[in-house]
Every structure is written in C-alpha cells, then in structure tokens.
Design a protein around this ligand. Structure first.
Ligand SMILES: Nc1nc2c(ncn2[C@@H]2O[C@H](COP(=O)(O)OP(=O)(O)OP(=O)(O)O)[C@@H](O)[C@H]2O)c(=O)[nH]1
Length: 798
C-alpha cells in the first residue's frame, strides 16, 4: 500500500502536515530518499529511508523494503538530527502525495505537490516525476498525476489562525473536562451549546445559524444526497439528522465539540480542553443520552426558567446521577417574562436535593450569566480519571458513515493513548484495524495524529460499515490484553414496523435507501420480509415512534422513496402448550396452529413519568386507565404541578398516546418513559380480511378486551379509504377465523341497459343476469387495490 511518495523531510514538515490535514482520507505517506543518477538517467537509489509518517505498515512491498514502523521512530529522529547537524537540508524538496480511499484505491483526483520556494520549479518537478516513474515501475499503482505547484497549493491551503495545528500533548488529564448538557426537550440545550462554542471562539459569533450543533444543509440530487458543510457546520451534522432536525426543531443525534478555554491563565494560551456533548431531549433518544454520558464526568442540567422541572429533566437527572456525574444545575431562559427562577430552584431542591446556591442563572438567548458556565465546569467537574501509562482502552461512543472518509468513529480514550498508525482490536468483534486518521471535533474534524488519556475525538480505521462499530464497544491495542470497559445501555428496539415500496417494483430503490440510511443510523434493525399484499419489503425495529417517523421522513426526503409502512407493533412473547416460547415482532408471522395452542402471553411495559399542571390530573388519570395503566406514584412537586408514575403497556403508548396526552392537557404535559419488564397479558392476533382473504400487512396484536373496539375502528377506517370497484368488497376483522366486525363496500353498477332502446324485457333480464355472473366471477378473482392512505389511516387506530 503506497499512498504517496516524497523526498525526505517534506511530509514531516509544514507542507506535509498541511497535506495530511487537508482531509485526505486514509492517506499513508511514504517517504523515499531518492537520488537522481544523471549518467543513467534514472533513479538509482531507492529508499534509503522510508518513513511511514502515520506509523502505518512497514514491511515488504513490491521489492521495496520498508522499515518497521516501531524502529522508524528512532531511525527517523537520529536521521533528522544528523541532517540538522551535518547536512543542512536542501531548502526545498519536491513531494507528491496521493490520497487513497478506505479500500486503498487511489481517489479520483490525486494531487501532485511540488515545493518550489527557492529552486526552479521544473527541476524539482522533474525530480519528483522520476520518483513517480520509479514507483510506477515497481507497480506501486500511482494514478495519473495532476500537477500543481506548491506556491499554488500554498495559497489554496492557507489557513487561518483557527486552523493552526493543534497539539493535544499540552492537555494532560487535569486540563481536560468532559461534560454533557442534559435537559427536557426545548429547554435550550442546543442554544446554550452554541453560545459556549461562540464564547470559546470555536465558532464565530453571530454565524447566523442558530443551533450549530443541530444543523446542516442538504442538497438532494435525484436519489443521491450531497451534504455540503456550511461555513459553520459541525462534523456531526454530517450524520444528517438534519432537515428533520430543523423541521421538527429537535435534536436527534448527540453531537460533540472540543473547545479550548483560557481560565485564570494568560491570554492566548489555551489552558483547558473542554469536550462538550450535546444530547437529544426526546424520549426515543434517551439511548443517545446514556451513551453521551458515558464519555463525561459531569453534566449541565438545563431547566427552563418558566416551565420548570419536566419529565425528561427527571429522567436525565437520574441517568446522570446513576453514572456518578457531577451535576451543575442551570436555569435557562431567565429573560422570558414568565421566568420564575426561584420557583424552579425550589423544585430542584425538593426533587433532586440540589443546593440552590449552586444553581447558575442564564439566558442562552441574550447571553446573560453565560460567563459563569465554563468556570463552573472547570471548577466543579472532575478531570477524567484514566491512567496515562496503562494500555489503551477506549469507548466507541458513536459512528457514522462519511461518503469520502468511510466510517468515522467517535471515541473517548479512557486509558493510554491512541495514535495514527496504531493497530487496534475491538473487544466485541475481535476484528483488528489500523488507525488511519485520528483527531478532534473542533467543531469540524481536525486531525491531531493522536488522542491522549481522557480526550474525546474521532478515529477513522477502515471499517466498512457502521455495523462493525458497535456502540459501547471497547477498543484496545492489538497486541495487548485489557479488561473491556463496562458497556452502557444498548439501543433497545421498542417498535417494529414493515416498510414496503409504494411502487412494488421499486424494491431495489428502497433496499438501497435503507442500506444507505442505516449506515448512519445503526440503531435501526432491518430484516427482509415479504407480504402477500405488499410484496417484498423490510421489517424494521426502532427506538420509538418518533425515531420511526424520523426514519420514514428521511427515507422520503433524502432518497425520494415512497413507502408504505405497516401498523407499528411491539415484541410480544407467546408460550405454547408444548412449553416452547416465541418472540413475535411481526403479527403476520404469528399463525394459529390447532396442534399447539397458545397458553400464555406477555407484553413489554414501560415506566412512564408524567408531569402536569394540577388541574389536568383527572383527565390524565382517565387516559392512563383507559390505556391499561397502573399508577405507581402520585405526588406534587410544588403547589401547581403534579408528578405521576405509571406502568403502561408499551403497545398502548406507541400508538398516539403522546399526542392525546398533549391534547387533553392543552400541551402542558411532559412525558418520559423507560422500559420495564414483560408482564402477562391476554393478547390476541387480529386479522383483517378483504373479500375473505387475510391482508397480512394489516394484521395486528391487541389486548383481548380491546379487540372488538379496535376491529370495528379498523374496518370503518378502511371502508373510507378503499375505492368502490365493479364488485362488492367485504372488509372483516377476525380473531382466529371468528369475525368480530364487518363492513361492505357496494359495487359500482355499470348501466348494461344503456344501449337497449325500448322494449324487450327478456333481453334486458338476460343482460342483467350476465352482469351479475360477471361480478361474481370478478369478486372471486379480482384483487382489491388498497391505497397507501388506508395503511396510514390505520396507524392511528389504538
Ligand atoms: N427566550 C429564550 N429562548 C431561548 C433561550 N434558549 C433557547 N431558547 C429558545 O428555545 C427554543 C428551544 O431551544 P433549543 O436550544 O432547540 O432546545 P433544545 O433543548 O436543544 O431542544 P431539543 O434539541 O429538541 O432537545 C428555541 O426556539 C430557542 O431559540 C433563552 O435563554 N431565552
């Protein structure tokens, strides 16, 4: 594998670094000492010293011996010294570098750089060309070279101060703080994160784009999506939660940014390295919150000064508390006219026993009080506890797929250090990889060559898909043995639904879109399935309803696919008379078998936290009991707000619960849930039949007590959406072949007598008889078209 060829020193120097930082993916730079033999007219001395600048593979390659990367370091330093002392380096040396993709194929536009700053460009160009000729002779596979002179490249590569090389070795663990921002949805996490980025100069003030951590601009071209970074975009935005995030105003993916902050030290000397992890607020993504917290030692608990403590404030507080994080309470939005910080302080005290004197008051909008946030982070949050001299252990926090760089892993180095060129192994898969690039998010990807203990950053290692990057995995150096870090809460699929192409022939298009999308969202599980009604499709598992909605929306917006999704279902467990148990994620696959009866069934439940103004208590209790909920706790957090805890069947909340809760409480309810145990439940499969034929994609599993009502609602809804045809259509809901609800759509009648002018009754009768016969036949053989809207309509039936 050769990705570049260069004369000595050039890639180690300023230009080389610049090249590496230019964002070329998977570049391995190899440097050759070459000497041009004038007499022979060719390169006679092949590498005296080969340097793997990234520490990557040494070894034999096409007849050229490369030094062992381990030994290279000493050889290199000795040699450099010698160069310095005895042979001053030539003022300019040419070099070429070619970027390679993750498969080690040359990328489309390799660039040939030539240093020209003192000598004639052409002489160096010739010299470097020769190096390339030699490389070609040795079958090193260098592609055609685009020529560019260094003076030019220098212009192109000029960096502003913000882009200067970052030396992470200045930041030992006691100078690092890793913290997260947790809050209820819309309490201002992302806005606060933005202000902190501005305050530390990580992004420019007034960059004109609120919520930097959430945003990205997407340009769709046919089915291909190009993500173009805005001037101020953040690396994680690339993961493209994106249009959805902007449209819905929610954070879907947790994002990270590294900031440098001077605190009580002289100006211009960044003394603290702060890693800020923004987290999503919605319940579906609490899994994102848990993994963000795993990389942190502290958290800013942001609470809206007007709304006070809400359901997710409680949930997130306990997540952070259980992870032993230092918690800094921040009451945000104090600029609002309805803000009542004293009341919120009292709530924080009564609910979480937090000291009111520790509370920071801020307005992320006006900037008020923000100057106290980062000093509090440094003073109150402990540095990461890892050991610098231990073997490398790092958490894989997240991953996403980048078109150009491949899989980018988001990692937190717990012990030891990670360097470019290192060989690492995954504890989960035992697969080994070479680290091709490593750096921090500042907020774009900034290569640093290494990450030290306690630092959080990114790593590119030639993984082919995000499926190889298991979130929560421990990565370590290949030749060492380490105790894997305790994993953190894995993604749990709570909701399953079938996805089918609206146009049955476009299965490949949907397949492609899902593959691409799951590259970036590994929390979706995908398995192929087929339905007699809808053809080939997929059964997908989601974290929750919002997650499912977001996935659907992204399929449509980013890939232009039109899909039909089936009624979401939760995983049930059934026990048969022979003692066997099955988990059913797809009701259609659960067929009645007269030989083995179902003797017991269980359904998943959740523990729901609901916080509401006290006047809505009655309505919420009604709703929860209607949804088969069991009250566990009921108290008041202050004079105006009630706090309730319910155990609810998951099935009851996946379908339209949140919307109903919001509507009966005029939008004031806040709701959160965590999954709980499976409980025994009397559930049955409800089939939908059209003209006696079961429509597998419409089958659902419901509680026996609700089956009648759900069956009735379903057939009524379907009647509205299915068009009349030339024959009669019966729509039935049935349990175990017993019909519990029925609707009929009458046939359209063609006027077969239209051409009979006047009289002959027998002729008319004959025509009508014939029509009747024909309709019977059509009813038998005719297939009913079920419009997409019918599938969408039944999603709402609880
Ligand atoms: N008045 C006022 N509004 C604010 C303040 N901070 C944020 N907001 C507004 O509150 C809304 C929600 O802010 P976000 O930063 O998106 O909230 P979030 O907590 O990140 O929301 P999710 O990402 O959905 O979890 C936005 O309209 C902000 O402009 C503040 O200090 N004062």
């Amino acid at each position: 594998m050769v990705a570049g060829i260069s004369c000595r020193n050039s890639l180690n120097g300023r230009k080389g670094k610049r090249m590496k930082e230019e964002g070329h993916m998977a570049i391995s730079y190899w440097s050759f000492d070459i000497s041009w033999n004038k007499k022979k007219g060719e390169m006679t001395k092949m590498p005296i010293m080969c340097r793997a600048h990234d520490g990557s593979n040494g070894g034999k390659l096409d007849g050229v011996h490369f030094r062992d990367p381990e030994r290279y370091k000493t050889a290199n330093s000795r040699n450099t010294e010698k160069t310095k002392l005895q042979q001053p380096p030539s003022p300019a040396t040419p070099f070429a570098a070619v970027s390679y993709d993750s498969d080690h194929h040359p990328t489309q536009n390799p660039t040939f750089f030539i240093d020209t700053h003192t000598h004639s460009p052409m002489s160096y160009f010739n010299r470097a060309s020769k190096a390339i000729q030699v490389a070609n002779r040795l079958n090193l596979g260098l592609p055609s070279i685009e020529r560019r002179f260094c003076s030019n490249s220098r212009n192109n590569n000029r960096r502003d101060d913000n882009n200067s090389v970052i030396d992470l070795s200045q930041y030992p663990t006691d100078k690092i703080r890793n913290f997260s921002i947790i809050a209820h949805v819309d309490h201002g996490k992302s806005t606060l994160a933005d202000r902190l980025l501005e305050l530390t100069g990580t992004i420019k003030r007034g960059h004109g784009q609120p919520q930097y951590l959430d945003k990205l601009q997407k340009e769709g071209q046919n089915n291909r999506t190009i993500f173009r970074w805005r001037k101020t975009s953040l690396f994680c935005a690339l993961r493209a939660s994106t249009m959805v995030e902007r449209e819905r105003g929610i954070t879907v993916k947790a994002q990270t940014a590294t900031m440098f902050y001077n605190y009580e030290l002289k100006k211009g000397d960044p003394s603290y390295l702060l890693n800020l992890v923004d987290t999503p607020g919605h319940v579906d993504f609490s899994y994102e919150v848990s993994r963000s917290l795993a990389a942190c030692q502290g958290a800013l608990l942001v609470v809206d000064a007007a709304q006070g403590v809400q359901a997710q404030t409680v949930a997130n507080f306990y997540l952070a508390f259980e992870s032993n994080l230092a918690i800094i309470p921040v009451i945000n939005k104090i600029d609002q006219p309805t803000a009542d910080p004293d009341r919120v302080k009292a709530q924080l005290k009564s609910m979480f026993d937090l000291d009111t004197s520790d509370v920071l008051l801020t307005s992320a909008k006006t900037g008020q009080g923000l100057e106290h946030v980062l000093p509090a982070v440094i003073e109150r949050i402990p540095p990461p506890p890892g050991k610098c001299d231990s073997n490398l252990r790092m958490f894989l926090l997240d991953s996403y797929y980048d078109e150009y760089k491949g899989v980018i892993c988001h990692v937190a180095v717990v012990d030891g250090s990670l360097r470019k060129g290192d060989k690492i192994t995954s504890a989960a898969t035992s697969q080994s990889y070479e680290v091709l690039d490593v750096g921090i998010m500042h907020p774009e990807l900034r290569p640093t060559g290494f990450l030290l203990t306690g630092q959080v950053g990114y790593m590119v290692s030639g993984m082919r898909s995000t499926k190889e990057a298991r979130v929560g995995d421990t990565l370590f150096h290949s030749r060492t043995t380490v105790e894997p870090l305790p994993g953190f809460k894995p993604a749990k699929h709570m909701v399953f639904s079938g996805l089918y192409p609206a146009d049955g022939s476009d299965f490949e298009g949907l397949n492609h879109a899902i593959e691409r999308l799951t590259c970036n969202d590994a929390s979706v599980s995908v398995a192929r399935e087929s339905s007699t009604a809808l053809g080939l499709g997929f059964r997908c598992g989601f974290l929750g309803l919002l997650h499912m909605d977001v996935f659907h929306q992204r399929l449509e917006q980013e890939y232009g696919t039109h899909i039909i999704s089936t009624v979401p279902t939760v995983p049930y467990i059934f026990e048969y008379s022979d003692g066997s148990k099955v988990e059913v994620q797809n009701p259609a696959a659960f067929t009645a078998n007269p030989k083995i009866r179902v003797v017991a069934s269980w359904e998943p439940t959740v523990l729901a936290t609901i916080i509401i103004p006290s006047e809505y208590v009655g309505a919420v209790i009604n709703l929860c009991s209607e949804r088969r909920g069991e009250q566990i706790e009921y108290s008041f957090i202050d004079t105006q707000r009630a706090f309730m805890k319910y155990r609810l069947p998951l099935r009851e909340i996946v379908v339209d619960f949140y919307n109903e809760l919001k509507s009966i409480t005029s939008g004031y309810a806040s709701f959160d849930y965590e999954d709980s145990e499976y409980v025994a439940s009397d559930v049955v499969k409800l089939d939908i039949l059209l003209n006696g034929q079961p429509v597998d994609a419409m089958a659902t599993i419901v509680h026996k007590l609700k089956a009648q009502r759900v069956g009735r609602e379903l057939v009524e809804k379907l009647k509205k959406y299915i068009d009349r045809q030339m024959f009669e259509i019966t729509i039935q809901a049935a349990i175990d072949s017993k019909v519990i609800a029925r609707e009929t759509i009458s046939a359209m009648r063609k006027n077969v007598l239209a051409k009979c002018y006047g009289g002959d009754v027998t002729r008319k009768k004959k025509l009508l008889e014939k029509q009747k016969e024909g309709k019977k036949r059509m009813k038998r053989v005719g297939s009913v078209d079920i419009p997409q809207e019918a599938f969408h309509a039944i999603l709402k039936v609880s």
